[in-house]
Design a protein around this ligand. Structure first.
Ligand SMILES: Nc1ncnc2c1ncn2[C@@H]1O[C@H](COP(=O)(O)OP(=O)(O)O)[C@@H](O)[C@H]1O
Ligand SMILES: [Mg+2]
Length: 277
C-alpha cells in the first residue's frame, strides 16, 4: 500500500477488543534459554492454569527475570516453547504481536507519571494500540475503557487527580487499572513490590491479588518476599540452578521446600528462625 498512514484508525483494535475475564492457560514445554552463551534456564516444563496466581521465587541470578521476559515475549527460547492458550507465542511475528497485545505488566512502584491524572495514566496502558504518530485525542471507546478500568479498582472518583497526590494503595490501584485496561489474558510482574515499604507489602499484595482474581486474568509474578508469595499465590514455582526445584500449591511451600529452593541459605533452620512452615 502507498500513501500516508490513516492516523484516525486505531491500531490492532481487534486484538484490543478482548472480553474481560478471559485468562489464558500457560505452558512451558522444555524451555531452555541462553543469555550471553550461558544456559540460564534449562529444560523447564510448567503448566499454569488459566485465572490462577503463580509466584516465582529463587535466589538472585537464578533466572527469574529471564523467565518473566520469556513469558512477555521479549526473550526467545533457545529450545522448547512458551504456549499461551495452546499457541506457541514465538511462532512467527503475528503470534508474537498478538501475545504482546494481550499481555500486561505491573511495574516496580507501578511506574506512574506523577504529573498526569489517574485517568491519563490508565490511558497510557493502551498506548501501543494506537498509531504512535497520532495527533488526535484518545477515541471515546478507549476513554470509556479507561473509565471502566478505574471504576473497576474503585477509583473513578479520583480520575482527575494527579497520581502524585494519591496514597500508596491508590497508586497501586491505578497501576493495576493501567494493566487491566488492556484486557490482558496474562498479567506479569517482576518484583512489583520491591520499592514498597516492607510494612505495606502484605496489604498491597493481598489487594493486588483481589483485583487480579476478580478480573479473571492469569497472573505470574516474581517476588522475593516469601511470606507475601505464600499469602497471595495459588501456586509457587521455585527456581534453583536453572531448573524447577519446587512447583506446587502455595501452602505446601514450607521450610523443607524453601530449603530446597534457597539451599545453603535456608537449609539449616536456626533456632527461633521465622522460616518454619
Ligand atoms: N543480557 C544478558 N547477557 C548475559 N547474561 C545475562 C543477561 N541477562 C541476564 N544474564 C545472566 O542470566 C542469569 C539470570 O539472570 P536473571 O534472570 O536476571 O536472574 P534473577 O532475576 O533471578 O536475579 C544471571 O546469571 C545473569 O547474570
Ligand atoms: Mg530479577
Amino acid at each position: 500500500m502507498t500513501g500516508p498512514p490513516d492516523l484516525t484508525q486505531t491500531w490492532g483494535w481487534n486484538e484490543a477488543g478482548g472480553e474481560p475475564g478471559t485468562g489464558a492457560d500457560v505452558r512451558l514445554d522444555h524451555l531452555t534459554v541462553r543469555r550471553g552463551g550461558v544456559v540460564v534456564l534449562q529444560d523447564i516444563s510448567l503448566a499454569i492454569p488459566a485465572g490462577s496466581v503463580t509466584v516465582v521465587v529463587g535466589r538472585s541470578g537464578v533466572g527469574k527475570t529471564t523467565l518473566i521476559r520469556s513469558l512477555t515475549g521479549l526473550i526467545a527460547p533457545s529450545a522448547g516453547a512458551v504456549r499461551v492458550s495452546g499457541v506457541d507465542i514465538f511462532d512467527g511475528r503475528r503470534a508474537l504481536r498478538t501475545h504482546r497485545r494481550r499481555t500486561a505488566t505491573v511495574f516496580q512502584d507501578h511506574a506512574l507519571i506523577d504529573r498526569l491524572s489517574a485517568f491519563d495514566n490508565v490511558l497510557l496502558g493502551l498506548a501501543d494500540f494506537r498509531h504512535p504518530l497520532s495527533p488526535l485525542p484518545w477515541s471515546s471507546a478507549f476513554r470509556r475503557r479507561a473509565a471502566e478500568a478505574l471504576d473497576g479498582v474503585g477509583l473513578l472518583h479520583r480520575a482527575a487527580t494527579r497520581t502524585l497526590h494519591l496514597s500508596g494503595g491508590e497508586r497501586q490501584r491505578v497501576g493495576v487499572a493501567r494493566a487491566l485496561v488492556r484486557r490482558p489474558r496474562l498479567l506479569l510482574g517482576d518484583e512489583p513490590f520491591a520499592s514498597v515499604d516492607p510494612t505495606l507489602v502484605r496489604r498491597l499484595g493481598d489487594e493486588f491479588r483481589d483485583l487480579a482474581v476478580r478480573s479473571g486474568v492469569t497472573v505470574v509474578l516474581v517476588l522475593h518476599q516469601i511470606e507475601t508469595a505464600r499469602a497471595i499465590a495459588d501456586h509457587i514455582v521455585g527456581l534453583a540452578d536453572g531448573t524447577v526445584a519446587f512447583d506446587g500449591p502455595a501452602d505446601e511451600f514450607g521450610a523443607l521446600a524453601q530449603a530446597r529452593v534457597f539451599n545453603s541459605l535456608r537449609s539449616v533452620p536456626t533456632k527461633g528462625g521465622s522460616h518454619h512452615a
